[in-house]
Each structure stands twice: as structure tokens, then as C-alpha cells.
Design a protein. Structure first.
Length: 649
């Protein structure tokens, strides 16, 4: 990153964000139009630079409004951003389907630099995937479909974000939950306590509340979010995608969706998931039987484990078999100390420092800002929006607000999470590290020249994007790492014996949880492969086939499955990226995860290059050999059929 790169200035929370985002988008679209006119003027040595100028402007316009649509506290601003998202999407669709631009770039000289041939290949492929090579009538049909697709995707996501489920229970139901959780949930005037489906409420409740009927009520409230309104939206979305794929000459959306991925085609998804199912199902079924056996000690008439039971009994067995008490673990995981510890850990691993920026421009007072420094020079800024509030994105994600471009723009990325403000669970810690892996990828890859080759480009190999985040989860299981920041109120570090217990329990019910991931992956893939008439029945059949737990009848979780927008048919990405992450981890010494030399090699070989090379080449550079699934298969083999899981980390 050169010293010429500048930081994008955002408004303060009290300033008029609506006016800002509108001006921001329109200025960038105007600049993009001007640059694209330069490309259309005819093949020249400047055509690719002009294209990149336009690409930077369009991408930045999209990134900002997409982020603010998910996080701004003012509903009017969020809705205005949604309209702007559609405007940017329409501009991008027209650009990518423009035959004049396609012809101009196809005929333009390849720019200098080692990355240029790869850039040219990808951009020209992007044009073909948008139909720039087709006749005018077909391009118009594609443009109409894309306009409708953008609206449907936004509507689907908005319906999920705006719908928070709730149950009301008697105070006695909170017995067994931590004192701070109980204190944060006082009874209302009617004598009942409200529990929402937001993570800080639902996570501890499903893990620790002994009342089975209350857990089921909360799961049902969660699984009914955005239902039935999203049924019609999803049906529309699936049919539009299928129509687009057909117009572009693909057999179906899965083939189109994988055209930019590491995965070769839709058949590759099907084969990968089938292999994973045969590997995980025996362990998953054994896990379900193990949980049912334990559950019958409390409920002798129980006939099957459901999603409302599994987390509670997994935590119960972790405590009984391995001495993992979630209450004890939470004592050592205060949000503020975890945040500071992860910042310090990332600083040591990647040779960075994080300087807090008081009163930084941001969309809400809760957002914390840090400048990221390398060698004393600022290379980017991170924004941490970490706690739930009304109208905010309800899951956990990293949003690239501004992708970095060498000598021009410093990267700005935001973590948008929903953690409690006080004590966290171990799952929260692992999730924090996961999302921070995305954040480091976004910041460290922010020094490239070409927007199309940026690290988290939405047009990049998206089935690789989860690998850096899943890799960083490994640091959650190491006592030397945790002892740095997992301390109680007296400053006493988490005991090594407790971390050993966590490690010993790590694979408990991992087969069952892998099968649950298969439900999501198969739903994502098969909905797009088959485009069913009855989505509810189709989704129920997938759940019954691939989950090893008994399905909760009359629930419709697909309606709030937000990954059906961004990942579409490709939720397999999580398991595919996990296979890559397991392989990347072989490049580290598990006995010394604080070894900076290995982390620096990984930083330079995998994170910094972004998308400037195929992902497989980045992995090969780091490991000194091609990517292999051997480590992943060994991990699956640890899911033994005893149901207890391996005691290895």
C-alpha cells in the first residue's frame, strides 16, 4: 500500500446519512459512465485502465449501500439504500452485458504486468456470463431478469432482517442460565420474560435452558421468521435464476453459479455432497443415538432428538463426559477482553497494529473503529459493529465497505455481529475468530491494482472465501492463545485443564452437526437444480433425508435462510472451504500457533495476493504442493461411530 492511498470519509452518526449515500453512489456512477465512454472510444493502451476506473467506482458504490442497508438504525436510510442497491445493480448489469465494451476490451492490448492475462481472461468471461456476446433481444431479456432478480434478492433479505421471533416464558424457565443472562431478562408487567431469536438471547437459551418445550417454542419462532411472505419471493427468485441460466446456455443455475468458482459445475457440487454424506452419516446417526440415550434420562418417553434438543444435550454431555461447564467457560470470555485479545493476536500473527479511532465517522454510536497499521503506516480501517439492535443484520458477517486499491483507496471493512456485551460463549469466541479471518483477508488484500482481482470480490472464487476464516478458528482451541485474553474478573487466565477439556470435547456430535450443514448445502443446491413447485414440501423432504435428527413439523426455516441470496446454489462452499482450511492448517505447527514465521508466510502467500491468482495456486505457494483433501478426510475419519468423537484437537 502506498502513502498516496486515501481513506474514504463517512458521516458521523448524527449526520444525514441518506443524503450522503445518494451523493456517494451518484458521483461514482457518473465517474463510471465517463470512464466507460473512454473504453468504448476504441481499443487503446488505456482501455484497461479506464475499465478499472469504472470497476472501482461501481464496486465502491455497491459495497457502501449494501452495507448501510443492513446496519443503519434509521429504517428510512436502510430503505433508501435498498433503492440505491437496485440502481447500482442495474448499472452493473447494463455494463457487463454491453457488446461495445466487450468488443473494445477483447480488442485492446493486454496491459503490462504479470496479473494482466489473468485479469483479461476473467473480465471477458464475465461479459459472456452476462450475455454480452448474444443478440440484442436476448440481452434485453437478461437485463429484465436481472432487474427482477435484484429486487427479489433484496426483498428476501429485508423480510428476514425485519422479522425477529419472540417467545414469552415464566421466569422459572430461566433456571440454569447464567446470572447475567437472567438479570438481563427481567419479567414484564405480565410476569413473563421475553426471549428473542437474536443470537445473544437464543444461543445461551438453546444451550442451557432445561425446559424442552420452551426450547422448542424458540426454535419454532426462529424457523418461522419471514414465513409465509418469503415463500413467494423465493419461488420468484428460483425461477428467475433458472431463466437466466437457460438464456445463457447453461443446463441450470448450479452450472451458472459455479462458472466463477473452484468447483467445476453443478454435477461437481452433487458429487462432493454425496461423498460428504457417506463419510459423515454413520457418525451423525451414532451421535443422534448418543444424544437420545442421554435425553431419555430426563424424558423417558422421548423417541427422537430434534433441533430443539441437540444443542442442549451436546452441552450436557460435554459437561458430563469432559468436564466442560459452559458457565465456567463464560467466566473467562468477556467481550471487551476477547476483542482486545483477538486484535493483539492478529497483530502478532500478521505483523500489524490496531489503533482505536475515537469519534470516527460511522453509522451508529456502538460501532468501534480501528486503524490498521503495518510498519507504522496505515493500510486500512476496520469497523466493529458487534451487538444487536432493532433493524440490524441479524447474523454474523464481514462487509467490505471500501475495497482497497493500491495508491488510491485504503480498504475499509466492517464486522457486523450480534454478540452479547458481557460474557460470551465459546461458540461466540470461535465465531469472532472466524469473522476476523474474513476481516484480515479484506484488509491485507487491499493493495492490489485491479478491482476484479480484489481479495473479496463478489465475482471471485467464492467457494474459497470461507477458507481463511475457518482456518483462524483453530486458534480458539489453543491454551497459549487463550491465556492471553481469556481471563476472569480477577485476571486469572482460563485453566489449561479447562482448555484441554474443550479440546477433548471438540468432536462431540461433529457428525451430527456436519449432517446439519449438509441439509443447508443440499437445500441450496437442489432448490436451484429442481426449481420445485412446492418449496415447503421439497425443503421438508431434504431435511428428513439429510438430517439425522427428527424434523420439527410445520416449520419453514428455508424462508429465513439468508444465504440463498449471496450463495444461491453454492452453500457447499462452507464444507469445500473447510477442506481447504484443514489443508492450510498443515502448514502450521499445532504445538506453536503463535509462531510468527508461519503466519507471515501464510499472510504473504494467501491473504495479500487476494484474487490475483487462482485460489489453488495460492494454496500451492503456501504449502509447496497442490491442494489436497487428505487432511479433511482424516478429520472426517475422526468422527468415530462411538458418538463420543475423537479426543484429538
Amino acid at each position: 500500500m502506498t502513502s498516496e492511498a486515501t481513506l474514504t470519509t463517512l458521516p458521523m452518526p448524527s449526520e444525514p446519512w441518506g443524503e450522503f449515500v445518494a451523493a456517494y453512489v451518484h458521483e461514482r456512477l457518473s465517474a463510471a459512465r465517463e470512464a466507460l465512454d473512454g473504453v468504448r472510444s476504441g481499443p487503446s493502451g488505456d482501455a484497461w485502465d479506464a475499465w478499472n476506473d469504472a470497476d472501482v467506482a461501481v464496486a465502491h458504490a455497491h459495497q457502501l449501500v449494501e452495507s448501510i442497508a443492513e446496519v443503519h438504525p434509521d429504517a428510512q436510510v436502510r430503505h433508501a439504500c435498498v433503492d440505491l442497491v437496485h440502481e447500482v445493480a442495474a448499472f452493473r448489469t447494463a455494463r457487463d452485458g454491453d457488446p461495445e465494451l466487450f468488443a473494445a476490451l477483447e480488442g485492446a492490448p493486454v496491459p503490462p504486468g504479470d496479473e494482466a492475462p489473468y485479469l483479461r481472461t476473467l473480465v471477458l468471461r464475465d461479459f459472456r456470463l452476462q450475455g454480452a456476446h448474444l443478440d440484442a433481444e436476448t440481452r434485453q431479456r437478461l437485463a429484465d431478469i436481472d432487474r427482477k432478480l435484484s429486487a427479489a434478492e433484496t426483498e428476501f433479505s429485508e423480510n428476514i432482517r425485519e422479522d425477529v421471533g419472540r417467545i414469552r416464558v415464566t421466569p422459572e424457565v430461566l433456571a440454569g442460565l447464567p446470572e447475567d443472562y437472567v438479570a438481563a431478562h427481567p419479567a414484564g408487567d405480565d410476569g413473563l420474560v421475553e426471549i428473542t431469536t437474536d443470537y445473544p438471547d437464543s444461543g445461551p437459551f438453546l444451550a442451557m435452558a432445561s425446559d424442552r418445550s420452551a426450547r422448542e417454542a424458540l426454535v419454532r419462532a426462529d424457523y418461522e421468521r419471514a414465513h409465509p411472505v418469503n415463500d413467494e419471493v423465493l419461488d420468484r427468485l428460483l425461477r428467475l435464476r433458472d431463466q437466466k441460466a437457460s438464456l445463457l446456455g447453461f443446463e441450470g443455475w448450479p452450472d451458472y453459479a459455479t462458472a466463477r468458482m473452484m468447483m467445476p459445475d453443478g454435477a461437481g457440487i452433487e458429487s462432493f455432497l454425496a461423498d460428504l454424506d457417506s463419510a459423515a452419516r454413520p457418525a451423525g446417526e451414532a451421535d443422534a443415538a448418543m444424544l437420545l440415550e442421554r435425553m431419555r434420562e430426563d424424558h423417558p418417553d422421548a423417541t427422537a432428538v430434534t433441533v430443539a434438543d441437540s444443542r442442549y444435550y451436546i452441552e450436557t454431555l460435554k459437561a458430563e463426559r469432559f468436564g466442560v461447564d459452559p458457565h465456567q467457560v463464560r467466566r473467562y470470555l468477556d467481550y471487551g477482553r476477547v476483542r482486545d485479545g483477538i486484535l493483539a493476536l492478529a497483530g502478532d500473527l500478521f505483523d500489524l497494529s490496531f489503533e482505536p479511532v475515537a469519534d470516527a465517522p460511522r453509522w451508529h454510536e456502538d460501532v468501534e473503529a480501528y486503524d490498521v497499521l503495518s510498519g507504522g503506516h496505515r493500510i486500512g480501517r476496520i469497523l466493529l459493529d458487534m451487538h444487536p439492535r432493532a433493524g440490524k443484520y441479524g447474523h454474523m458477517a464481514c462487509f467490505p465497505v471500501v475495497t482497497g486499491i493500491a495508491g488510491r483507496h485504503l480498504p475499509v471493512s466492517a464486522l457486523v455481529c450480534n454478540f452479547p456485551r458481557g460474557s460470551m460463549t465459546f461458540d461466540d469466541l470461535e465465531t469472532f475468530l472466524h469473522e476476523f479471518g474474513h476481516l484480515m483477508h479484506a484488509i491485507l488484500s487491499g493493495g492490489g491494482q485491479w478491482m476484479r482481482l480484489a481479495g473479496l470480490s463478489e465475482k471471485g472464487e467464492w467457494d474459497f472465501v470461507e477458507a481463511p476464516s475457518q482456518l483462524l478458528e483453530e486458534w480458539a482451541w489453543d491454551h497459549a492463545v487463550l491465556a492471553r485474553f481469556a481471563v476472569d474478573e480477577d485476571g486469572t487466565p482460563i485453566p489449561e485443564s479447562l482448555v484441554d477439556s474443550l479440546r477433548a470435547s471438540r468432536h462431540l456430535a461433529r457428525g451430527l452437526l456436519t449432517c446439519r450443514q449438509l441439509v443447508y448445502a443440499q437445500l441450496s443446491y437442489q432448490l436451484h437444480r429442481d426449481v420445485p413447485e412446492d418449496i415447503a414440501a421439497f425443503a421438508a423432504a431434504i431435511e428428513e433425508r439429510h438430517d439425522v435428527r427428527e424434523r420439527l413439523d410445520d416449520t419453514h426455516q428455508y424462508a429465513s435462510f439468508g444465504h440463498l441470496t449471496g450463495y444461491s446454489a453454492c452453500y457447499y462452499t462452507y464444507q469445500w472451504s473447510l477442506a481447504i482450511a484443514r489443508d492450510l492448517f498443515t502448514g502450521f505447527n499445532p504445538a506453536d500457533l503463535l509462531d510468527a514465521a508461519a503466519a507471515h508466510r501464510y499472510r504473504d502467500a494467501v491473504l495479500v495476493p487476494g484474487g490475483s491468482q487462482p485460489a489453488g495456486a495460492l494454496v500451492e505457494t503456501f504449502l509447496g504442493r497442490p491442494f489436497s483433501t487428505e487432511a479433511y478426510r482424516a478429520w472426517l475419519a475422526e468422527l468415530d461411530t462411538t458418538g463420543a468423537g475423537s479426543t484429538n484437537a
